[in-house]
Design a protein around this ligand. Structure first.
Ligand code: CO8
Length: 257
């Protein structure tokens, strides 16, 4: 298989996944989607991976679904391609995931960024869900994740016009966790991943699960979910380590136990 997705370990605890189809603006063809799902499945059970950074290249994060793959598809053809199952692996990935976005994040590329827990964007990044211009609509959670991220009126503006917004606007809308100079995006994302990778992974997974699941639950149920996770963390060695390190005035060493 050609390296349509490059895997690197830039720092201890950090897995970097680079989408690598520059000739097609990193469009997400079947090969990239399968490689991404496989890499994340492996990372899920790899204790050496504590945070993942997903990125593209300096001009494009990803320009969406590969239009050449789906242009002639039928509904049953789309169903059989089973992209939704591959997206589910991304959605279910339990560890911290950071999108490092340079250039275009369009359509499925924007939806991929919306699956991340943190988005670091370069000043030249551009976000959009232009599917309507192709006669379709977002199909990887974009309608739902975008409205949750930026609210109804900003979401419809993008969804109904197919307009692309620049990084500054995206940041103002709350679609970006941190803006960086274009040539510092990856470094910023990896640094943040390193910081996260040094924190207790069981607590991080429970924070992620509670925020994402809780957002779709009634408030009382979400708070109960938070309480159960909070109590459970007192059964981890990392809780003992974190608190005793604080009391001993030393740096904690979290082992993920
Ligand atoms: N699919 C296939 N090929 C693409 C794509 C794409 N999405 N984007 C770019 N390419 C190709 C171009 O065809 C071109 O190929 P070639 O050199 O052979 O002519 C090459 O990449 C370079 O592209 P451009 O010449 O267009 O480069 P520009 O710098 O002028 O423009 C853009 C870059 C703005 C990114 C432009 O290419 C563009 O608008 N791309 C399409 C963006 C788009 O419409 N994305 C939405 C796709 S639909 C989608 O994502 C649905 C998601 C639902 C997923 C759910 C599945 C279950």
């Amino acid at each position: 298989m050609t390296d349509c997705l490059i895997e690197e370990r830039p720092e201890p605890g950090v897995l970097l996944l680079k989408i690598n189809r520059p000739e097609a603006r990193n469009a997400l063809n079947t090969q990239v989607r399968v490689a991404l799902a496989e890499a994340l499945s492996r990372a899920e059970t790899d204790h050496d991976v504590r945070a993942v950074v997903i990125t593209g290249d300096t001009t494009t994060f990803a320009a969406g679904a590969d239009i050449t793959v789906v242009a002639e598809e039928t509904p049953m053809g789309m169903y059989r391609l089973a992209f939704h199952k591959l997206w589910q692996v991304v959605a279910d990935f339990p560890k911290p995931m950071i999108a490092a976005v340079n250039g275009y994040a369009l359509g499925g590329g924007c939806e991929l960024a919306l699956h991340a827990d943190i988005i670091i964007a370069g000043e030249g990044a551009q976000f959009g869900l232009p599917e309507v211009k192709l006669g379709i609509m977002p199909g990887a959670g974009g309608t739902q994740r975008l409205v949750r991220a930026v609210g109804k009126y900003r979401a419809f503006r993008l969804l109904m016009t197919g307009d692309i917004i620049d990084a500054e606007t995206a940041a103002e809308w709350g679609l970006v966790s941190e803006l960086a100079a274009d040539d510092e995006v990856l470094e910023t994302a990896v640094k943040m991943a390193v910081k996260i990778a040094r924190l207790p992974p069981i607590a991080l997974e429970h924070i992620k699960e509670t925020v994402l699941l809780g957002a779709d639950l009634p408030l009382q149920s979400a708070i109960a979910l938070e309480r159960k996770s909070y109590h459970m963390l007192f059964d981890t060695a990392d809780q003992k380590e974190g608190m005793s390190a604080f009391l001993d005035k030393r740096k904690p060493h979290f082992r993920g136990e």
